[in-house]
Design a protein. Structure first.
Length: 368
């Protein structure tokens, strides 16, 4: 059980997980939200869960779907605002679905409070394995989600059935929208990327390709897909939150190395070659150093792992710098009351990160 909460000032010292939450006027709107997203609601695991769908205008054919999962403390609509994926979806012709993680409010010093959102990746809260502990003795004590009852000293994520929620959400999207069911893709950032890895392992047959970003699972919990599933894994060489090298991060937490994450995935796909150098025009434009496993069980499948050498805990090449991912847009004002409203942004969105992901995704379908 957690003994105490540290101050919001300390939380602000971990910017990779906690984005700015400054209040802005109610009249402001987020970058990339001119076309309102559609809110969906699902009852699951005893609570109401929500997700948001963006459909490109004028679609006259079944469209591919990208499921985009936000990180720790972020919101579904704030994730969209901070990465501005909807304009890219309009340009390339795909639907984006943004699920919302479960959340609760934590009191800070004085009258301050903040909202914690997270995903249960079936690893972070689990016992340590032979590969080593999940955190050091000096780790930061993250708030224990109420549904967990009590948390072991290294636990920090939700205990709800997020796997079941996402599966129900996929069923609802297939029922309610005209989609190409052979081209469902999955990406996630930070804790959302950890959830994407878990979904890729446990729901492999639902997706055509996956892109976990700045994310690894806890030591001993790295897994591979049960059905062959190409993966593009992106991470930062100077990320001190979810480190790629297996060393403790700034908060004292430890994760599987990026190299082992890729090798276990490649082994599950019976890839015979690699890791060897890999690049394309998009990886070069972002300055990534990539390797790939190839000659896998299915011809053309690859497991690609890319490091941004100077990158921290942020999606390489894909960010609206002035936009906090913890904010909400008008579609989510009522369901997450009191959360900071997303400000208007005049920043130019860097889209090379999603260009890279979409170029990888678009190579694959379930019939590939």
């Amino acid at each position: 059980m957690m003994t105490k909460l540290r101050t919001l000032a300390l939380l602000a010292a971990i910017p990779a997980l906690f984005a700015c939450e400054s209040q802005v006027p109610d009249t402001t709107v987020a970058s990339g939200t001119a076309q309102k997203m559609i809110r969906g609601v699902i009852e699951h695991d005893g609570i109401e869960r929500e997700y948001f769908v963006h459909v490109p205008k004028g679609a006259d054919r079944p469209l591919p779907v990208v499921v985009a999962i936000h990180g720790y403390t972020s919101t579904a609509t704030g994730f969209q605002a901070a990465h501005n994926l909807n304009p890219h979806a309009d340009l390339k012709g795909y639907i984006v679905v943004y699920p919302q993680g479960s959340h609760f409010t934590v009191s800070g010093e004085g009258d301050t409070s903040y909202r914690v959102t997270s995903w249960n990746d079936l690893a972070a809260n689990m016992p340590a394995k032979a590969e080593g502990p999940h955190c050091t003795d000096e780790r930061y004590e993250y708030p224990c989600p109420p549904e967990c009852g009590s948390c072991n000293r290294c636990a920090w994520t939700s205990c709800y059935d997020d796997l079941g929620f996402i599966e129900k959400m996929l069923d609802a999207v297939q029922s309610n929208y005209v989609t190409d069911t052979s081209r469902y893709y999955l990406l996630g950032v930070s804790n959302g990327g950890m959830m994407a890895l878990r979904l890729g392992c446990n729901l492999s047959g639902r997706f055509a390709a996956i892109a976990p970003i700045i994310a690894q699972l806890a030591p001993g919990y790295a897994c591979g897909p049960t059905v062959d599933l190409p993966m593009l894994h992106l991470y930062g060489g100077k990320d001190n939150t979810v480190r790629f090298d297996g060393q403790p991060g700034g908060d004292g937490f430890i994760y599987t190395t990026a190299a082992k994450t890729a090798s276990i995935w490649a082994e599950a796909m019976s890839c015979e070659t690699g890791p060897r150098h890999w690049e394309n025009e998009y990886s070069r434009s972002v300055g990534l150093q990539c390797t790939a496993y190839s000659d896998c069980r299915i011809d053309g499948h690859e497991v690609v792992s890319c490091m941004e050498p100077g990158g921290g805990h942020d999606w390489p090449g894909q960010r609206v710098r002035s936009m906090p991912a913890t904010c909400v847009t008008p579609e989510q004002y009522e369901s997450v009351p009191g959360q900071p409203r997303c400000p208007a942004s005049t920043d130019e969105t860097v889209q090379a990160g999603m260009d890279l992901v979409w170029d990888f995704f678009s190579r694959y379908s379930l019939q590939h």
